[in-house]
Design a protein around this ligand. Structure first.
Ligand SMILES: [Zn+2]
Length: 331
């Protein structure tokens, strides 16, 4: 049974087959094969972004997929290892998600719908996530009053009250980000206004299972915007923009040189304004790509920014920028 087609969840099959000397009968949601075909088509892209996201030494993404033997659409009851299990489809981290209910043990197997961290619901370099449907799935699990929660990553959680708490609080976290984003979209706000105003519920700031150490809420807002709005962010300069290098050259010339932009970026970085520092150093780097001093300043600004960040995704992108010789994702 694959809870979804992410590559950290599908490669145990040969090991199991070797251990039991019988072929496995793999069940997955009906969208999983489509995901594998997409991975096959975008192998180079996924290798490159995983290298950035996880700070790997080389591009890495598998190319061979074990397609399921059986797929289902909404729910499916199965008997496996002497247990009656119910498979439920939910879109959340992926469009092919499955969570399982084991009534005999009152256990819920969440897949990646629960991972002991702020949900991976906005991943900047990967395909669409489904914030609102994710929350619905967590509410459905909670309604079954489970006594045991077996997550996609991290330790199990035992005890009805504790399980109820993590499920409903994670649901409320996602619902809050979703409602704030959609309500603002309904007033005609731009993506920029929404990104800088939406915050998760303050009373959940300290919840150990919701810390933004992998993904983060700001990226969830972008995912909701992309799903319900589109890619246009409301800034007309961004609809059909000039090339980044042309904007950088113009700004550098207005500022009196790329070196002035770089100096100011270092000042802003030291003062703690890492967002603004990032813009200025990127202009400087693009306006004078061969300038050694500017390259060093750029490495400093992004290394410091990576140090300030908590999430794997932000640390990955900023560390990559710090290590790369020149601007742009390829470095
Ligand atoms: Zn996972």
């Amino acid at each position: 049974m694959f809870t979804h087609g992410h590559v950290d969840h599908i490669y145990a099959v040969p090991l199991l087959e070797r251990a039991q000397s019988d072929p496995c009968h793999v069940i997955a949601h009906e969208r999983t094969p489509e995901r594998f075909r997409r991975y096959e088509r975008t192998n180079g892209y996924n290798a490159a972004i995983n290298q950035r996201q996880f700070q790997l030494a080389a591009p890495l993404f598998p190319g061979d997929y074990r397609y399921p033997d059986e797929v289902y659409r909404d729910t499916l009851g199965i008997r496996a290892s002497g247990l009656d299990l119910v498979l439920h489809h939910a879109r959340g981290e992926t469009d092919d998600g499955t969570w399982l209910w084991d009534p005999a043990h009152r256990a819920v197997l969440t897949g990646d719908l629960f991972i002991w961290a702020s949900p991976n619901c906005g991943n900047p370099q990967k395909a669409q996530r489904y914030c609102d449907e994710w929350a619905v799935a967590l509410r459905r699990m909670a309604a079954l009053r489970p006594e045991l929660l077996l997550p996609g990553h991290g330790l199990p959680i035992a005890g009805a009250e504790r399980v109820q708490r993590v499920l409903t609080e994670t649901a409320r976290y996602l619902e809050s980000i979703f409602d704030q984003t959609i309500d603002a979209m309904n007033t005609g706000a731009t993506l920029d206004e929404i990104l800088h105003s939406v915050r998760p519920p303050a009373d959940l700031d300290d919840a150990p299972w919701l810390q933004p150490v992998y993904d983060e809420p700001e990226f969830v807002v972008r995912g909701i915007w992309r799903l319900y709005g589109g890619w246009y962010d409301g800034n007309p300069a961004h609809l059909k923009p000039a090339p980044d290098d042309a904007v950088a050259a113009e700004v550098a010339s207005l500022a009196g040189g790329a070196d002035r932009l770089a100096r100011r970026a270092l000042e802003l970085s030291s003062a703690g304004d890492h967002r603004l520092a990032g813009h200025l150093i990127e202009f400087a780097g693009r306006a004078a790509p061969a300038d050694e001093e500017i390259r060093r300043a750029r490495a400093t600004v992004f290394a410091e920014r990576a140090r300030q960040e908590r999430s794997t995704m932000s640390k990955g992108v900023f560390s990559w920028a710090a290590r790369s010789a020149s601007p742009g994702p390829k470095g």
